[in-house]
Design a protein around this ligand. Structure first.
Ligand code: ADP
Length: 483
């Protein structure tokens, strides 16, 4: 199968969150299954060493602009996955990947560049997988602008929702830049509370749609977590699937990870504590065997940081330590500043994006906090499991699909989970974990090993994606015949 994956970020080139991990690792798994898979992302400022391929004209609001196409690759064993980069200095040569006033137009340009690039490459994918709102225009462009062109007509599209909250909403004036007539500005099309909603384009025009866990696929069809799009998602429920993300165990493996203080595996778990001591030293915390809680996250409302802020002092008073790594909204950045001042030897607040420190925390912490308000899949809990660090999660979305609450009667489970979105529920769950940690190190060791033994690699999920792509291709063929 010929597959193109289009996305706004990809490890190792550009990352702000889990999307980049997925786009970095899913293509490798698809490649290993024998498919011709390629990826395309924007050429951000921090990306270097890509080979220049060509300049192509792209229509933008009545005039032509230039998409510079570059090429690089990521290795997979002895082989590689090609990665194309769509470039234009005006849109992508900036210090930050996101958060610009012309965001809609940047990704409008990107999507047009992606489609313009394909004939030049003589690459006609059977399917394009589009990820989140940044690439949601692709299914629409394929169907409404390129339908008559024999090259594009057979190409199927899959739209994957990694997070329904970010929808790409812009004023109606963007329609002309997209090259769309006013008839697309209705509630049945892209209109959404007076704005143009890019995500709707993917949800409406993707041949099939999916999200990153079965539980989240159900939740987004409810008013509570549907972000205003639950009605549309219910309408498309027969075409809506949930596939849990995997992680790349080549990258997230405590036995080989070069970024951590000391390597270990299930049989040498006693070495894990040297990662804790190393982390404590590096972060100027008191060195010792007290329980250490890690939290690595984008600092945004979704992640349940308000719950943590309410109860963490009480946890600290039991003698535990808390290490946070994150970047995001000012409000959440400031939430823990006082805590550090009051407990300098027990608290470390690291505001920034630091992939190496993240690994040291996954390896050095005893427990990992993820009390999310909602969580499409979540990777932090899966990485924690791989490092023998026990996840404490709120059962929602992918967290509820992957973390089974520990049952002391049966010794079953791989973490600690609670349901009610309340500080007390989180505190009780943390206390249960601390109790086991302090009172029964043997059971704790079994819990760690149980988590480390779990396989959340891409092997199974990549096969599910292939099935999904086949469904989309089948639907596309039927549709083409019907016209
Ligand atoms: P989301 O995609 O909502 O941000 P996920 O749990 O799916 O959440 O993925 C987050 C990914 O980003 C994980 O790999 C996590 O380790 C990483 N991450 C988040 N914040 C930081 C940070 N400040 N520094 C380094 N890595 C981070």
């Amino acid at each position: 199968m010929k597959i193109l994956i289009a996305a706004s970020e990809m490890v190792p080139f550009a990352k702000t969150g889990g999307l980049a991990d997925v786009v970095g690792s899913l293509p490798k798994a698809l490649h290993r299954l024998g498919h011709d898979v390629r990826v395309v992302i924007p050429n951000y400022k921090q990306i270097s060493h890509a080979r220049y391929l060509t300049d192509l004209p792209v229509p933008m609001d009545g005039h032509l602009e230039t998409a510079i196409i570059r090429e690089t690759s990521v290795p997979v064993g002895d082989s590689e996955v090609p990665v194309y980069l769509v470039d234009n200095y005006k849109y992508f040569y900036r210090d930050h990947m996101y958060g610009h006033s012309d965001e809609g137009n940047r990704f409008n340009f990107f999507c047009k560049g992606v489609l313009a690039m394909l004939p030049y490459l003589h690459f006609q994918p059977d399917v394009i997988q589009c990820n989140d709102w940044h690439t949601a225009l692709l299914p629409l462009f394929l169907k409404v602008r390129f339908m008559e062109e024999p090259f594009y007509r057979p190409i199927a599209s899959v739209f994957t929702v990694h997070n329904l909250q970010y929808q790409g909403r812009y004023s109606p004036s963007i329609l002309s830049q997209l090259g769309l007539e006013d008839k697309y500005f209705t509630p049945e099309e892209l209109e959404f509370y007076g704005e143009v909603n890019f995500m709707k384009a993917g949800l409406l025009y993707g041949d099939v749609i999916n999200t990153v866990s079965p539980q989240y696929a159900m939740e987004i069809q409810t008013k509570e977590l549907g972000e205003g799009l639950d009605g549309l998602l219910r309408k498309r429920s027969l075409d809506l699937y949930g596939i849990i993300n995997g992680i790349d165990y080549d990258e997230f493996n405590p036995a080989t990870d070069k970024r951590i203080y000391e390597n270990y595996d299930r049989d040498t778990l006693e070495r894990k504590k040297h990662n804790k001591y190393g982390l404590q030293k590096e972060l100027n915390l008191q060195v010792g065997d007290m329980p250490l809680f890690g939290l690595i996250s984008r600092l945004v409302g979704q992640k349940g940081l308000d719950l943590v802020a309410e109860i963490i002092e009480e946890v600290i008073h039991t003698g535990a330590q808390f290490v946070l790594l994150g970047t995001g909204e000012d409000y959440y950045q400031n939430l823990f500043a006082d805590l550090k001042v009051r407990h300098p030897e027990q608290v470390s607040i690291n505001l920034g994006f630091d992939a190496a420190l993240a690994q040291k925390i996954y390896a050095g912490a005893d427990m990992f906090l993820m009390p999310s308000r909602f969580e499409p899949c979540g990777l932090g809990q899966l990485i924690s499991l791989a490092y023998g660090t026990i996840p404490i999660v709120r059962s929602t979305g992918g967290l509820s699909d992957t973390i089974i609450d520990y049952d002391s009667q049966t010794d079953q489970g791989n973490g600690f989970a609670f349901t009610n979105y309340s500080p007390l529920a989180l505190l009780n769950t943390i206390n249960r974990a601390i109790h086991l940690f302090k009172k029964d190190q043997e059971a704790w060791g079994r819990l760690m090993r149980q988590g480390m033994a779990m396989d959340f690699s891409w092997n199974q999920s990549a096969v599910k994606y292939v099935n999904l792509f086949e469904k989309a291709i089948y639907k596309r063929k039927q549709h083409s015949r019907a016209i």
